[in-house]
Design a protein around this ligand. Structure first.
Ligand SMILES: Cc1cc2nc3c(=O)[nH]c(=O)nc-3n(C[C@H](O)[C@H](O)[C@H](O)COP(=O)(O)OP(=O)(O)OC[C@H]3O[C@@H](n4cnc5c(N)ncnc54)[C@H](O)[C@@H]3O)c2cc1C
Ligand code: SF4
Length: 570
C-alpha cells in the first residue's frame, strides 16, 4: 500500500540522512549544526541515551550465565559465528539473521545492529587514523583504483572528529599511524611494559603502544570518565564511550533542527532525470509495511557498507537500469573486511606479586611494521597488518578447568590469581578484488517482501600468505619477550569475511566515473546531491579499524554539501 499521508511540503526537509549509526549520527550533527532541517530515517527502534536494559546486570542475572544453549545457538547458525553476538547481555542489539535473512555463495558473517545508534553502541572503539601509506597503497601496487584523496585532505577532519568524540591515546610519532587530538592515554600493566621494552630491543625499535580508544579518560563534552567496567557492548549509562546515542544525536537534537523517524526502512532513492538529482527517498514502515516518500535537497546514505549499497542497487530506473550511479558496474563489488583470528600467546613467570585494578576496556597495539619501505618489503604479499592484545592474570575459571583440589584447598586455589598471560591477535589488510561482491536476490525476500542480499567473497593468496607472517611474527615477538609455552594460532575458518565486522568498499570512491561510484567528496558521480559516507565508499581497507575514518569522511562531506548548497550548486 502506498500512503502519501501528509502533503509533500510537510515531508520535505533540507537534508535526509539514512541510518543513525556511526556515520549517520555524524551526518545528523553536522548538517543540523550547519543550519539544515534534517530528517534521519532509521529502520530500527528508537534508543535514547541511557536506555540500555542490561548495562547494570551481573552475569548470574542472565539465563545460562550469559550464554545461549546449544539448541538456541543452532537456530541462529550465522549470527552465532562470532561467538558473542548471541550473548543474552547484548543479543538485543544484534540482528537476528533468521528474521532478517541473507544468502551466501561463500560464507560471509554479516553482523548488524538495527536500532537508533546502530553499531555505534556495540563497537570495540579502537580508533586509528589512516596514513598516506594507506591512501597511496592502490596507486603504489596497482590493486583497486587510486584514492582521490590523500592524508592531508582528511587530517583536519580527523582532528575535528577526535576533538568531539574523545579518543584516548599516546602520541608516538609513527608515520604509518599518525598521532591525533588525544585525551590522556590509558596505562599499560607491568607485563605489557616489559613486553614492549623487549620487543623494541629485539626488533630494532618496533613499537608497541597502548590502544587508541573512544573511551574517555577524563570528563569530556558533558560525558563521564570511563570506570573500567568493560561492559561497553551493553551500552554505557555514563556516556563514557563514543556512540551516536551519547554524543552526536544529542548534539543534533540540541539544534532544534533534527527529526528522527524510527521504523523507517529506506528502500530506494527517487530520481529526477531532468535535474539529474535524487529528489528524495522511498521508505517502508517496518511496523505497518506502508510505503511513503520523503524529499530533500541533499541525501546522505549512512546505512552501513552493505545496506547503503542495497539501497543504491535497489534504486533502478530508466537512467540507472543496474542500480543508482552504477554506470561503472562496480556497485556491490570490491567488498572488503579485515582478516584476523591469527596470532600467539604465552605465559610469564614474572610479576607474581603484581596485579591491576578494574577491567580496562582496551588493550595494546603493535602498529604495522611490514612493507613500509624497501627494508621491510615482503616478497610473498603486499600491504600489512597490526596486532591488538593484552596481558592479564588468569582468573578463577582456570580452577574449574583443572579441578586440582577439593573443599578449602579448591577455594584457596580459586581466590589466588593465576599466572600472567600475554597474547596478541593480528588484523590484516584485504585487497579490493572486483570479484568479491554482494548483490540482490529477488528470489529470497524478507518479511516486508523486499529483496535480500547475497554475498560472494573470499580471501585469496595475498591474504593467506600474509597470515603465515602474522602468526609467525606473533610467536617470534612472544618468544623475544621471554614468554613461556608460546602457542601460535590461526583460525582461518572462523575469520571468514564479515566476521571482523569491518565490511567496506561496495561503492568505492575514485577519480574516474568509469571505474568508481563516488567522487573524492563522497558524492555519487552521476547524482551529486547523493552522498555515501559509510564504509561503502572505501577504495582500500588499510589494516587499522575503520570507523574513525568514516567519521572524518562524513564530517568532511557534510561541510562540502553545505558549501555547495550555499554556492547554489546543489
Ligand atoms: C562488536 C563490534 C566491534 C567493533 N569494533 C570496532 C572497533 O574497535 N573499531 C572500529 O573502527 N570499528 C569497529 N566495529 C565496526 C563499527 O561498528 C562499524 O564500522 C560502524 O558502526 C559502521 O558505521 P555505519 O554508520 O556505517 O553503520 P552502523 O553503525 O551499522 O549504522 C547503520 C544504521 O543504519 C540503519 N539502517 C540500515 N539499513 C537501513 C535502511 N535501509 N533504512 C534506514 N536505516 C537503515 C541501521 O539500522 C543502523 O542503525 C565493530 C563492530 C562491532 C559490531
Ligand atoms: S568500561 Fe567505561 S565506557 Fe565501557 S561501559 Fe564501563 S564505564 Fe562505560
Amino acid at each position: 500500500m502506498f500512503v502519501q499521508g501528509r502533503g509533500t511540503a510537510e515531508r520535505t526537509y533540507d537534508a535526509i540522512v539514512v541510518g543513525s549509526g556511526i556515520s549517520g549520527g555524524w551526518a545528523a550533527k553536522e548538517l543540523t549544526e550547519k543550519g539544515l532541517r534534517t530528517l534521519v530515517l532509521e529502520r530500527g527502534r528508537d534508543v535514547k541515551h541511557g536506555d540500555y536494559p542490561t548495562a547494570m546486570k551481573e552475569s548470574w542475572e542472565f539465563a545460562g550465565r550469559n550464554r545461549l544453549s546449544t539448541a538456541d545457538l543452532a537456530q541462529q547458525e550465522k549470527q552465532a559465528r562470532t561467538g558473542y553476538t548471541t550473548h543474552p547481555a547484548s543479543a538485543h542489539w544484534f540482528v537476528n539473521d533468521v528474521e532478517n535473512p541473507y544468502s551466501e555463495v561463500q560464507r560471509f558473517d554479516w553482523m548488524r545492529g538495527y536500532h537508533v545508534g546502530g553499531r555505534s553502541l556495540l563497537w570495540g572503539r579502537q580508533s586509528y587514523r589512516w596514513s598516506d601509506l594507506d591512501f597511496e597503497a592502490n596507486a603504489h601496487d596497482g590493486h583497486g583504483v587510486d584514492w582521490p584523496i590523500r592524508y592531508k585532505d582528511l587530517s583536519p577532519w580527523y582532528d575535528y572528529v577526535e576533538r568531539f568524540a574523545g579518543i584516548s591515546g599516546s602520541r608516538d610519532g609513527l608515520p604509518q599511524l599518525p598521532d591525533g587530538q588525544f585525551l590522556p592515554p590509558m596505562q599499560m600493566n607491568c607485563l605489557e611494559e616489559q613486553v614492549k621494552g623487549r620487543i623494541a630491543k629485539s626488533f630494532g625499535g618496533r613499537a608497541m603502544i597502548i590502544g587508541r580508544t573512544a573511551n574517555l579518560t577524563q570528563p569530556h563534552n558533558g560525558r563521564g570518565t570511563c570506570m573500567y567496567r568493560n561492559r561497553c557492548i551493553r551500552g554505557c549509562p555514563f556516556g563514557a564511550y563514543f556512540s551516536s546515542n551519547s554524543a552526536t544525536l544529542p548534539a543534533a537534537y540540541a539544534t532544534g533542527r533534527l527529526t528522527l523517524r524510527p521504523f523507517s526502512i529506506v528502500t530506494e532513492l527517487v530520481y529526477d532525470p531532468k535535474t539529474r538529482r535524487a529528489t528524495g527517498v522511498r521508505i517502508r514502515d517496518a511496523q505497518t509495511n506502508e510505503t511513503s516518500e520523503y524529499f530533500a535537497r541533499v541525501i546522505f546514505l549512512c546505512a552501513s557498507a552493505i545496506a547503503s549499497t542495497f539501497i543504491l542497487l535497489n534504486s533502478k530506473s530508466e537512467t540507472f537500469p543496474n542500480g543508482f550511479g552504477n554506470e561503472s558496474g562496480e556497485l556491490g563489488h570490491n567488498l572488503m573486511d579485515h582478516h584476523f583470528k591469527v596470532g600467539a600467546n604465552g605465559l610469564s613467570e614474572d610479576f607474581g606479586d603484581r596485579f591491576y585494578k578494574g577491567q580496562r576496556p582496551n588493550g595494546i597495539y603493535i602498529p604495522r611494521f611490514r612493507n613500509l619501505d624497501a627494508r621491510s618489503a615482503q616478497k610473498d604479499y603486499v600491504r600489512g597488518f597490526g596486532y591488538q592484545g593484552s596481558a592479564s592474570r588468569e582468573n578463577w575459571a582456570r580452577g574449574i578447568k583443572e579441578m586440582s583440589a577439593f573443599g578449602a584447598d579448591l577455594k584457596a586455589d580459586l581466590i589466588a590469581p593465576g599466572p600472567w598471560r600475554f597474547g596478541i591477535g593480528s588484523w590484516g589488510e584485504c585487497l579490493p578484488y572486483h570479484e568479491n561482491r554482494m548483490y540482490l536476490s529477488d528470489t529470497v525476500k524478507d518479511k516486508w517482501g523486499l529483496p535480500t542480499v547475497t554475498f560472494d567473497c573470499g580471501w585469496k593468496t595475498n591474504e593467506l600468505n600474509m597470515r603465515k607472517d602474522m602468526m609467525n611474527s606473533a610467536a617470534e615477538m612472544c618468544e623475544a619477550a621471554g614468554l613461556k609455552n608460546v602457542t601460535p594460532f590461526d583460525d582461518v575458518t572462523n575469520s571468514a569475511p564479515g566476521n571482523c565486522i569491518h565490511e567496506m568498499g561496495t561503492a568505492r570512491m575514485g577519480r574516474d566515473p568509469k571505474t568508481s561510484v563516488l567522487n573524492g567528496w563522497n558524492q555519487v558521480h552521476s547524482a551529486l546531491n547523493v552522498f555515501v559516507t559509510d564504509g561503502a565508499c572505501m577504495a582500500s581497507a588499510s589494516c587499522v579499524n575503520p570507523s574513525l575514518t568514516y567519521m572524518a569522511l562524513t564530517a568532511r562531506a557534510c561541510d562540502r554539501a553545505v558549501s555547495e548548497i550555499n554556492r547554489r550548486n546543489l
